[in-house]
Write a new protein. Structure first.
Length: 311
């Protein structure tokens, strides 16, 4: 995958979620320098959030050895990458929809601002500097509290007409038949394969109030508990089936698996690979499923790369 640099030098990057605003000075080789972080005042409205973001940026600016090229942002919500405006957002961040990140942060920091959705930023980091480096087309599937993703071709993000491309958790899955998804629809893969979906599946099987979360289910599964094993394996199976179906449509050169469930161990990965093998047609069935490499830095590096590579 060729990179077409539109700037040189360090970029200040922010990863904005419902709980925290993480920031770092990111260099053109993908390495990170000084970091800063603040809690997201998620229920205080967009003005308070912008002020917190500007405070993090001020800390980064004071520790940047040169004038930064710009400010790259990966943010929760549906983001228009051409204008850096928040098109839509849930109430997790109150009043976030409609926020003009370019205008608000540009005025506050004096920097040019570019922004994408946080999962898109994560995918950009992995595609350009992580597990997808060198591939012309990359699909990232992130399985954690929810399920999201991103697709890149020719090194560029495909954001879609409404900028919502990558909502991979919201495709139909036979494993989730009759189950309500976080979006309010029924039968989407997120309802059975995301972390909370796996936990709810375990509770339907075991009805064990002493097990409090998905991490505990994973521990039980790896200790030999059959009901926990089933819930974890089927979660992986459903995610893998979704990945296979998406691969049939998109035909990526490389598939990257990210998110908290990617660290759940062999039971989940065995299910993932079995689901993929059952769903993928022959011509794409050999596509490797690679674990993400960059961890939580991926979104920061991806957001920064908006200034080094045409987005």
């Amino acid at each position: 995958m060729q990179e077409k640099h539109s700037g040189t030098g360090a970029v200040l990057a922010l990863d904005v979620g419902g709980t925290k605003i993480a920031g770092a000075v990111v260099h053109p080789d993908g390495s990170t320098g000084f970091r800063a972080q603040l809690p997201t005042p998620a229920q205080a409205g967009s003005t308070a959030i912008i002020e917190a973001m500007a405070s993090v940026v001020a800390q980064l600016q004071s520790h940047c050895d040169s004038v930064p090229v710009g400010l790259g942002i990966g943010s929760a919500g549906v983001i228009d990458p051409h204008t850096a405006k928040v098109v839509s957002a849930t109430d997790t961040i109150l009043g976030w929809a409609g926020t003009d990140l370019s205008a608000a942060l540009g005025d506050a920091t004096g920097l040019e601002v570019r922004a994408v959705n946080d999962v898109h930023a994560h995918g950009l980091g992995e595609a350009r500097f992580g597990a997808g480096q060198g591939a012309d087309s990359v699909m990232l599937l992130a399985v954690g509290t929810g399920i999201g993703g991103a697709f890149f071709t020719g090194g560029q993000l495909v954001s879609g007409f409404h900028h919502v491309a990558g909502h991979m958790g919201h495709i139909d899955s036979s494993y989730a038949a009759g189950l309500e998804c976080s979006c309010g629809r029924f039968g989407h893969v997120e309802a059975i394969a995301a972390g909370p979906g796996i936990y709810r599946h375990y509770q339907r099987l075991a009805n064990n109030p002493d097990v409090g979360d998905t991490k505990a289910v994973t521990t039980l599964a790896n200790s030999g508990d059959q009901q926990a094993h089933k819930a974890l394996y089927i979660g992986g199976l459903a995610a893998g089936s979704a990945a296979g179906s998406l691969a049939n449509v998109l035909d990526p050169q490389r598939i990257i698996i990210a998110g908290g469930m990617a660290g759940a161990g062999d039971i989940w990965w065995d299910g993932l690979r079995a689901g993929f093998a059952a769903s993928a047609i022959n011509l794409v069935s050999g596509t490797e499923l690679s674990a993400a490499k960059l961890g939580t830095d991926a979104a920061l590096i991806g957001a920064a790369s908006l200034f080094w590579t045409e987005s």
